[in-house]
Design a protein around this ligand. Structure first.
Ligand code: ADP
Ligand code: ARG
Length: 389
């Protein structure tokens, strides 16, 4: 077991009375040092904030972290000791971030709400006064095939993020917790019935060849994501990380990458109905054995604010040669249908041989069915436009 505990992790393990930073040994209510953001952190924040502001970063962090908000939040901490720096470190170190923030723990979404709320509103169109709707998978059977003639869509995928109730997000997890969560999840996954039956493959010990093949085939998360690394989300890697999949690799679960779990249904072709049906059934099977973290306001809780709510990203790998002859135009048209365009190997990659990953952008403030329908209708519209060009 690692003895590499940070101060805040030790606090998490202490009984509340000992961990409390209110009321100090002198018997007064004077503010204990533990409540204060230390000088080193403040210095780093100030220097890196200035650099971000001087940069031409297009991130939502740069857009919404005004000096006023920065000054208000820079001295705040969550109960587990997370600071503004923990939330924005990734965006400060990667000026090419699209968003630039992660929540080190669920409480950060409220303690640093002056920043998160604005970013969430921009990304999902979800106002701070709103509440995420109850889970609703909808009339699953009415979703059909996006491309019955198989002219445009190479493959279809639906995934969601899930966090295990009772565990913090990546930056606060201990090595022991990673291993404990992996054990818990892999045991549940290996007991799934029917079409979900499969095997769990830990990253620790996997050969580089097999790992690369899984990545190249779009089944496994990539290695060394600098946005996650800066957010302190890759500690103890590859310990506690891995992938589960059924025999056909149509149902897969990533363990402890960006989120505790990423549950995925995918297959070649455009039959979104089949992919969504398998997805819903698989998520429900897992949900019977594992309690997922959910909040009244934000729905399913995830490490990145872009994934809150339904945490669903439904995508196609699609070739639209005429529409995509001008990438800016493709992105503009996609945005009209609330769709997001990514490259062939996922986020932060380029399209190879004209193969784009196009998915629903919003995940929060709408039901599961609405998220899938938004993607369905948008992709249908793009195909329609392509045919008319
Ligand atoms: P996520 O979907 O989990 O947010 P990424 O954008 O990094 O993360 O994508 C993860 C992997 O899933 C990448 O290899 C990407 O190519 C693959 N992928 C996404 N959508 C599809 C799809 N419709 N068909 C095949 N692979 C896909
Ligand atoms: N932090 C990265 C950025 O700002 C990723 C944001 C959304 N994607 C994600 N995988 N959470 O570009």
């Amino acid at each position: 077991m690692s003895l590499n505990f940070s101060f805040r992790q030790i606090r998490l393990l202490l009984p509340m009375s000992m961990a409390s930073s209110k009321g100090c040994a002198c018997g007064t209510q004077c503010k204990s040092k533990d409540d204060e953001v230390d000088g080193e952190t403040l210095k780093t924040l100030e220097a890196q904030y200035d650099a971000l502001m001087k940069s031409n970063s297009k991130s939502l962090l740069r857009k919404y972290l005004t000096r006023r908000t920065f000054d208000k939040l820079k001295t705040k901490k969550t109960g587990s000791g997370s600071t503004l720096l923990d939330c924005i470190k990734s965006g400060l170190e990667n000026h090419d971030s699209g968003v630039g923030v992660y929540a080190p723990d669920a409480e950060a979404y409220t303690v640093f709400g002056d920043l998160f709320d604005k970013i969430i509103c921009h990304y999902h169109g979800f106002d701070r006064t709103q509440r995420h709707p109850n889970q609703d998978w909808g009339n699953i059977g009415c979703i059909g095939d996006l491309d019955p003639e198989m002219k445009y869509v190479a493959s279809t995928r639906v995934r969601c993020g899930r966090s295990l109730a009772g565990y913090p997000f990546n930056p606060l997890l201990t090595e022991q917790q990673y291993l404990e969560m992996e054990k818990k999840c892999s045991t549940v996954l290996k007991s799934l019935p029917g079409e979900f039956q499969g095997e769990y493959y830990p990253l620790d010990g996997m050969t580089k060849d097999i790992q690369q093949q899984l990545i190249d085939d779009h089944f496994l998360f990539k290695e060394g994501d600098r946005f996650l690394q800066s957010a302190n989300a890759c500690r103890f890697w590859p310990k506690g990380r891995g992938i589960f999949h059924n025999a056909d690799k149509t149902f897969l679960v990533w363990v402890n990458e960006e989120d505790h779990l990423r549950i995925i249904s995918m297959q070649p072709g455009g039959n979104l109905g089949e992919v969504y049906t398998r997805f819903v059934n698989g998520v429900c099977e897992i949900g019977r054995k594992i309690t997922f973290a959910r909040s009244e306001k934000f729905g399913y809780l995830t490490f990145c604010p872009t994934n809150l709510g339904t945490a669903i990203r439904a995508s196609v790998h699609i070739q639209l040669p005429k529409l995509a002859s001008n990438k800016d135009e493709l992105e503009k048209v996609a945005a009209q249908y609330s769709l997001q365009v990514r490259g062939t190997r996922g986020e932060h990659t380029e399209a190879e041989e004209g193969l784009y990953d196009i998915s629903n952008k919003r995940r929060l403030g709408l039901t599961e069915f609405e998220a899938i329908k938004e993607m369905h209708d948008g992709i249908k519209a793009l195909i329609d436009k392509e045919e008319k060009l």
